[in-house]
Design a protein around this ligand. Structure first.
Ligand code: NAD
Length: 371
């Protein structure tokens, strides 16, 4: 069983899908690991560290590979020489990169989309969305703080008092919870909102204030698999009114709202930005999925009405070392959980296999893509 680790080709991608630690663990399962030369450089991992862990470092890592690991999905041309039916294990962005999924099928690969991992307890340690969102939520607050011309904590100095920043987090999934915790640690006064009522208690437990639409029902409990869906027009209107009255008093806004398989919901309009104080900062974590904020542009600082709007197309790539370490562990936890000692290779079960498998036997097989 040969596992190949790719060097990422996508612009701005600085992460890598295996670390020296996970290389060693794969070897102890009985696999051989080849790493493409330079794969870890942008994540501060040298070729020598991979060699010391027991990997072969080469320019032709995919030759004869049975499993190919990536952070983002590779182009099919990169995979020539891999074994027939080889697994591609990465974040494959199946809805926007549908043609590439078709190409994997045509080339006979079995593509496994790690972002389709079901939100079930036993798969938590394999969940790339969680591990990467957690770091992204942290980074969003730090970036917003660095663009903010004032301090976050209240400071009493001999020259007078600096008041605490007010920070509003919209969307309280994994990234939002970490954003709340980070902004609190920096000393901001934090409030937060979500459509899922289950998040209210989580917000309070982090010492932040919940701001919720009360007159129209949101999503009770955790919703399907913990995810949000598109809200009714009535809810959206009530939410817009609530946001309008709250946002004008905020210095920092972090938006994280996503709906799987759909464009991100629009949460902040240009008119609402105009009510904010000049010098305020908005970080739109959803910018790569269409954006929660009107006017946000990926990887640019846009200034509207004196408010800076920031958002990265790939936030975890701005913390490449930690993001790679966690991503690599997610992939190892996944493959090792299904490792069949007798066959010397992983064998997926029905529940997780069906959820993440995009292609098999020359065809696209995933229900979410066929629907
Ligand atoms: P996500 O990235 O899909 O969305 C971010 C947040 O935005 C969510 O909380 C969502 O409810 C919210 N949102 C969507 N539309 C909104 C709107 N119009 N206004 C305000 N907020 C809006 O979410 P996520 O971080 O992937 O987490 C989703 C859920 O999955 C959470 O309940 C999380 O605890 C759960 N989860 C479970 C597991 C597991 O058990 N394996 C792993 C990770 C996350």
């Amino acid at each position: 069983m040969k596992i190949a680790v790719l060097r990422e080709r996508a612009t701005g991608e600085s992460r890598v899908s295996a670390s020296p630690e996970t290389v060693k663990k794969f070897l102890s399962l009985g696999a051989v690991v080849t790493v493409e030369s330079g794969a870890g450089v942008t994540a501060s991992i040298s070729d020598d560290e991979y060699r010391a862990a027991g990997a072969e470092v080469t320019d032709s890592a995919v030759a004869g590979a049975d499993i190919i690991l990536g952070v983002q999905g590779p182009e099919v041309e990169q995979l020539s020489g891999a074994n027939p039916g080889a697994w591609i294990v990465a974040s494959l962005d199946p809805f926007t990169k549908r043609e590439r999924v078709d190409a994997y099928a045509a080339a006979g690969f079995e593509a496994l989309a790690m972002e389709f991992m079901p939100r079930i307890t036993r798969a938590q340690s394999m969940d790339i969305l969680s591990s990467q969102s957690n770091l992204a939520g942290y980074k969003a607050v730090l970036v917003a703080a660095s663009h903010y011309g004032r301090a976050f904590p209240m400071m009493m100095t001999a020259a007078g008092t600096v008041s605490a920043a007010k920070c509003f987090v919209m969307g309280v999934g994994v990234a939002g919870l970490q954003a709340i915790a980070t902004a609190r640690r920096l000393g901001a006064q934090v409030s937060a909102t979500d459509v899922r009522s289950a998040t209210k208690e989580q917000i309070q437990s982090l010492g932040a204030k919940p701001i919720f639409v009360e007159n129209v029902a949101g999503i009770e409990g955790e919703g399907a698999g913990g995810y949000a869906t598109e809200m009714s027009e009535e809810y959206q209107k009530a939410q817009a009114e609530l946001v309008s009255s709250h946002i004008a008093k905020q210095d920092i806004v972090i938006t994280t709202a996503l709906i799987p398989g759909r464009p991100a919901p629009r949460l902040i309009s240009d008119a609402q930005i105009a009510t904010m104080k000049p010098g305020s900062v908005i970080f739109d974590l959803a910018v790569a999925s269409g954006g929660n904020v009107e006017g946000s542009v990926a990887d640019q600082v846009v200034e509207k009405h004196g408010v800076k709007i920031v958002g990265y197309s790939n936030t975890p790539a701005h913390l490449p070392a930690d993001a790679s370490a966690l991503f690599s562990r997610n992939l190892y936890n996944f493959l090792s959980a299904f490792w069949d000692k007798e066959q010397g290779k992983p064998v997926l079960d029905e529940e997780i296999g069906t959820a993440i498998r995009l292609t098999q036997g020359g065809k696209v097989v995933n229900e979410r893509l066929l629907a």
